[in-house]
Design a protein around this ligand. Structure first.
Ligand SMILES: [Zn+2]
Length: 235
């Protein structure tokens, strides 16, 4: 990331339209190159990590494969979008620099996450599943409920990777084989007890009994439909 910082700092965004465009295109090329290089490195680490988890759990799976890194087109799209910050009424080169750094970080992280997802979906029949793991001090009872189910989710989406159910939600979605995946401090049984003792548990049960069409029921049905579809697709 330092490479990018130094590179972007060395560019001049104060010129006219053509100069700015040239500087923007230079950033596009640089981030394409770095997204491929760092993305590959991140994917390789993620594959090693996945192999270790599978080994640790005694799962007999093939060596993890790497996911593709960001395409040149998606990098170009993202940087060009951020470059609006340079061409507006009040150009903000610093905001553009920050946006570029954030894009690169996102592309690199995605290569790692995609690698884990790709292999976990491949190995779903051999027990690879995702869990929602609470982290941080605040966790709402809905997250506790999802987390208490352990490694049951067929993919990141069903574990609610992109859903943040409460303020400051920093729940992570992690891969594992079986409930004891060695995630430090993650204890689904303890979470289940915590959830079962909460008002939220009573509330959910009451609602489920009172109204079969309620959101919780729908949510669970959606989860199981999704994982059925994924399991069927894996056939
Ligand atoms: Zn959460």
């Amino acid at each position: 990331m330092r490479d990018l910082e130094a590179f972007v700092k060395g560019l001049d965004f104060s010129g006219g339209y053509d100069e700015k465009k040239a500087a923007r295109d230079a950033v596009v090329e640089r981030i394409q190159m770095l997204a491929a290089r760092y993305g590959d490195a991140a994917a390789t680490l993620a594959a090693d990590f996945y192999n270790e988890i599978a080994d640790g759990a005694g799962a007999s799976v093939a060596d993890a494969v790497l996911a593709d890194t960001a395409t040149d087109a998606s990098v170009a799209g993202s940087v060009r979008y951020s470059a609006k910050l340079l061409f507006g009424q009040e150009p903000d080169a610093d905001a553009f620099r920050r946006a570029c750094a954030a894009s690169l970080a996102r592309f690199v992280k995605k290569a790692a996450n995609d690698t884990v997802s790709k292999n976990a979906v491949r190995d779903g029949r051999r027990g690879a599943k995702f869990a929602r793991v609470p982290s941080g001090s605040e966790t709402c009872m809905f997250c506790v409920m999802l987390a208490s189910r352990g490694f049951v989710y067929a993919n990141r989406e069903t574990a609610g990777e992109f859903d943040h159910f409460h303020d400051h939600c920093d729940c992570r979605v992690v891969v594992g084989f079986g409930d004891d995946a060695g995630v430090e401090g993650y204890d689904p049984d303890a979470l289940y007890e915590k959830w079962a003792e909460s008002d939220h548990y009573d509330y959910m049960r009451l609602r489920a009994e009172r109204d079969k069409g309620n959101n919780y029921q729908k949510y669970l049905e959606k989860l199981s439909r999704r994982s059925d579809a994924i399991n069927a697709g894996r056939g």
